[in-house]
Design a protein around this ligand. Sequence first.
Ligand code: HEM
Ligand code: HEM
Length: 425
Amino acid sequence: MSPPACSLIYLVVFLFLSVFSFTNTHAHHCTERFLSEAKQRNLIITFCKRYVERNGVEIAMYLHEKSRRLDIMVGARLEEKTGWLAWGLNPDPEARMVGTQALIGIKYMNGNLLWDRYNITSFTKIGCQLLPSAIDLNISNFNFSYIACLQYYVIQATIVLPMKYDVEKLNHVWQVGIDVAERKEPKMHPRGLRNYDSTETINLRTGKRLASRVHSFRRIREVHGILNIIGWGMLLPIGVIIARNFREFPLPCLGWQRYHISCQAVGYIVGSTGWAVGIWLGRASKHYSFPKHGTFGIFIFTFATLQMLFFKCKPSDRDEFRTYRNMSHHVVGYSLIVASYINIRKGINIMHLDVKYWLPAYFGIAGCVAFIFLVFEIVSWFKFLCDKFGLWIICGKDIPNEEANSRKASREDGKVQPSDTPINN
Ligand code: HEM
Ligand code: HEM
């Protein structure tokens, strides 16, 4: 790889990493207003947290050690006309949706607030109705209300923890949804990371987090996104722009092939590393998946690999297969770029509700690449029309085409030089 290409890549990676290393958001202390509301409701606090990236829910808890009584207050803004707020405990080894014994408050269109207990099973996950049912927690003082000054909907309850719930390693799960049906039925919640990450394992005695998806995966997700954006979204399209515009027309450059191959090879290596990180993430998050994003990812990786494997397989100039090989190289190349941009957008959609700087970054990069591509296209067409129709008045003085052709023909290697006007047939 050429030194300029190398330094460019280092610079881009450095810029990305330094920009994103300044942004760090996890669970925060809850807001002053929520805390004072909890105190007003006689809730002595063991811990109070605000999960900014996980539905913006705020949770306050207090454990009465001797009686194993747990007081909880869970609040969230339900901004749509209908909505539901859920919080529950999961006695299984992992903090996850299936198995959660949940308390759910529902807000109806007419302003009615209803609340009940729900046992969330694997049937819920496959789409069966979620209706109120008995749960294995002893609940009292359970209510769901609206606090106008906070603009929060709040679940409050007291729970006596059975012995199978370990207070030093307690799995709690929460969720916010929009759609509701009659008979106290909450419908499927949105399918974003902010919904899938809303679980945590905590030590109730200290309030300390023991395990959380956001905490374990956050950096790896960012690295995955950045590598994919640089590899598939920047280097590959730049390589295509080089091959399209610097070979012969409009800006012939002798080293175009070297730059094209360097860009594509580095783009492929960086992109494939990002893809491999994505596959790892997909496997690590075993309770949820993003099938469309994953399928696009596999398509991109497979065709990019084929493209790389066949790049040496180049029939000679006179071979009739040369045309077909070139056609397929171009079709696969352009399809890969389109698929990459679609998938980068999908990846950002999965994350952008949580991390708002990704979308502007995407539009910035896609816009720059599109702009450069467009400028070259306009220049090419302009030059082509000038050359074809001899519009020298608007195009300025140029070397006549025949002269350029004869210059090319007179060279030993028959290659066009930057100073020649390109052939236009
Ligand atoms: C209303 C009915 C519900 C339906 C139909 C539903 C459906 C689903 C589905 C299909 C997934 C996995 C998506 C995938 O595999 O890609 C999922 C994940 C998840 N859901 Fe629900 N859900 C419902 C209610 C709830 C409730 C009430 C909670 C919280 C108490 C919750 C918490 C979660 C969490 C944390 C995940 C991430 C995966 C996991 O930890 O298991 N869901 N949900
Ligand atoms: C063309 C570029 C991309 C490719 C080829 C790609 C590929 C993949 C693959 C194969 C998976 C695993 C899917 C699964 O099994 O569930 C994945 C997951 C994921 N990707 Fe991408 N991705 C790309 C771009 C992005 C971008 C730009 C972002 C965000 C900025 C992103 C964010 C994610 C996230 C958040 C996950 C799920 C992580 C988890 O399960 O915790 N991806 N990606």
